[in-house]
Write a protein that binds this ligand. Sequence first.
Ligand code: DC
Length: 239
Amino acid sequence: MIEPAAGLAAPVITVDGPSGTGKGTIAGRLAQLLGWHVLDTGALYRCVGLAAVRRGLDLDDGDALGALAQALHIRFDGERVLLDDLDVSTDIRTAAAAEHASRVAAQPAVRQALWRLQREAVRPPGLIADGRDMGTVVFPEAALKLYLDASPEVRADRRYKQLKDKGMDANLHSLAQELAERDRRDRERAASPLAPADDAVIIDTSALDIDAVLACVVDAVRRRLPQALQASSGVQSGA
Ligand code: DC
């Protein structure tokens, strides 16, 4: 068993970075490899954005959005995301939902409400937390912090293929523009802006496929948190 940091129920590995860097895929693959849990924090912000729009709230009204974020009941059931017991797994993945998520995420009251939820998600044997401020704000004591990056062109192209693969409508040019605007908002906001933690391992994924990124990540785990790999059956069986 790996000793968790004080105040945490289990060790945490954070995976931060802008969209289109493969964070979600890497977090999922690493969780599978280590036998740990995974938390997609972007889905939480997407749920708040979706609920706000459905209730007709002003996306700049911090107080109302903060109260909403506190009252919502968000649950993960395997691949499914349930918002107040309704399956919103598809609804939160549209380009509009991404835009709404980024807007509500700029509100400190929303971030505060979700901070608690994210801390409560930590469970043994460990948690891989994927987001924007996991290593800087939510889990500053994380055992390992990863920050994935890639050029804007590569990220837009990946997002485009991801949406197409899911059978969703997408236009590369407008996707690139939306991504640039969302990145600007996520990086420039006053509350918990997107940034690597001082002690993060930064991986530029522009020229790497997902297996190569995973190899870099496993290498970082081996150097910083070797016990996690030793404890996992996946590594023992050579996976
Ligand atoms: O990772 P994603 O694309 O699902 O995130 C959607 C938006 O949510 C993103 O534009 C910024 C916001 N977000 C955030 O501010 N903090 C997080 N920890 C996760 C997501």
